[in-house]
Design a protein around this ligand. Structure first.
Ligand SMILES: [Zn+2]
Length: 183
């Protein structure tokens, strides 16, 4: 198994224009600092697919798909992690550096950090959605209104509302095929 150096991935993340990459699959429009479009992962007529360009992350409020520019390409093109990074490297003109262990045997890349970052963005996105769009979040929305927290602030800091049910998050993430061990 080929292992790609983290410097290569950092360089891609620095150079990539996620809006341009995703724009090849769906039409995007800027609203505030984020970009919105109809989700390429599910059928919809009103845009609920959102990109945060500074972090190269996406989140769909409709179907819950979320991740980085790399996972986006993996899902869209049905590629492995390495193939997706190679594709993005070509598009951004980054040279891919592979790494092995000193004795020449190769080990799978440890992508725990990446998976954790994705998990966080997914959880934050879900709580934000509950606050913003569901009846459950109503009381919290009114509270924020009473504290004069502007909608742009709620959006910018991805403020969210966590349901009272303590098991909710675990059940929700298990349904998204995230292993209980990892959680
Ligand atoms: Zn979607």
């Amino acid at each position: 198994m080929k292992r790609i150096s983290s410097a290569t991935i950092d360089e891609i993340n620095k150079r990539v224009n996620m809006v341009e990459i995703v724009g090849e699959y769906t039409r995007l429009e800027q609203r505030g600092s984020n970009w919105w479009g109809c989700c390429p992962f599910h059928n919809e007529k009103t845009p609920s697919f959102n990109i945060t360009p500074e972090s190269n992350l996406f989140y769909c409020f409709g179907c819950g798909q979320s991740g980085s520019v790399i996972t986006f390409i993996m899902e869209m093109e049905k590629l492995s992690f390495v193939e997706a990074v190679e594709t993005l490297a070509r598009k951004t003109g980054v040279e891919v550096i592979y790494e092995g262990t000193p004795d020449g045997t190769e080990t799978p890349r440890d992508n725990t950090r990446e998976l954790l970052m994705e998990l966080y963005s997914r959880v934050a996105g879900s709580f934000h959605y509950i606050l913003d769009k569901t009846p459950q979040g109503e009381k919290a929305r009114r509270y924020l209104e009473s504290r004069k927290v502007a909608p742009e602030i709620i959006e910018k800091f991805q403020l969210g509302f966590a349901p009272e049910d303590r098991r909710w998050l675990f059940q929700f993430l298990k349904k998204k095929d995230i292993l209980p061990n990892f959680l």
